[in-house]
Design a protein around this ligand. Structure first.
Ligand SMILES: [Zn+2]
Length: 284
């Protein structure tokens, strides 16, 4: 599932094929942006902020007062980018999922499929879109002390809900928060204030960087890449814990509640409160 490491890898992949290319044709297939035209702008870079992807484009060469712009997108559970070579298009059956088309002067085409929260702002105004987010371990401006401070500020919040809150620390999705609870040896609903938050933040940052940058390590949390053994608890309901042999448990998400997603845990390796302590959070 797309998490901060997924989007970071996607940004590097897009940069390898698109950087320095000029858009010759654009089609933004969301009503609010349908009349905007990105033709004449050069691809400057892809930046990420947690699970948010920022496609930065130059000012238009023929507009003396023009400004660089940033196209924002979010993958959520199912979004995807695809790049096709000269003369190639996506299969017809995928066309209804296309939200974005960028034709480039190389002849290649970048397609955004099932993208969410598409937005276009002046690059100088990116903070409007991502300014609310917490520190991100995959960014150059990563500030672990600030992440610790923000996580400690809500000590009664359950472990998984605190780590999923992108305004506290940014880039961890449901896979990583479940695995980190196991690695820290606490139940997913342990109040975050009862956890060694400094050690947790160090561990989370190391894990996310390793997953994003080491070949073959992507979202492998156990060190074993074999399917069914690549995660400690996530997706392993009813199977034996890889450490102690106890049956791994799962509880369903609370509907429409981003703070209470589906959660897996080993009751032996992860002592602490069970899912009965969950309280539906207010919609944000
Ligand atoms: Zn166990």
């Amino acid at each position: 599932m797309p998490e901060g490491d997924s989007v970071w890898k996607l940004a590097r992949r897009l940069d390898r094929t698109l950087l320095g290319r000029t858009v010759v044709r654009s089609d933004l297939r969301v009503p609010r942006l349908a009349t905007r035209d990105l033709a004449g702008r050069r691809m400057v870079e892809h930046a990420t902020y947690g699970k948010h992807l920022l496609t930065r484009l130059s000012a238009r060469a023929d507009e003396p007062d023009g400004v660089p712009v940033t196209l924002h997108s979010h993958l959520r559970m199912d979004g995807e980018w695809s790049v096709t070579g000269p003369g190639k298009v996506l299969p017809r059956r995928m066309m209804h999922e296309v939200r974005l088309v960028l034709g480039l002067d190389s002849g290649s085409t970048a397609w955004g499929l099932r993208l969410h929260d598409l937005d276009l702002v002046a690059t100088a105004d990116e903070a409007q879109l991502v300014g609310h987010l917490g520190p991100d371990p995959l960014r150059d401006d990563w500030d672990p002390a600030e992440a610790v401070r923000r996580l400690r500020a809500t000590p009664s919040t359950p472990f998984v809900s605190a780590l999923l809150d992108q305004t506290l620390i940014c880039g961890l999705g449901n896979l990583w928060v479940n695995e980190l609870a196991f690695l820290m040896g606490v139940s997913p609903w342990t109040p975050i204030g009862d956890v060694d938050v400094e050690r947790l933040v160090t561990r989370a940052a190391t894990a996310l960087k390793h997953s994003a940058t080491v070949p073959g390590a992507y979202q492998v949390t156990t060190g074993l890449s074999r399917r069914g053994e690549d995660h400690w608890v996530t997706g392993r309901a009813g199977r034996r814990c890889l450490r102690c042999g106890t049956e791994v448990q799962v509880v369903a998400e609370l509907p429409n509640d981003a703070a209470h997603r589906r959660t897996w845990w080993c009751p032996h390796c992860q002592p602490g409160p069970g899912p009965e302590v969950r309280v539906a959070s207010r919609q944000r």
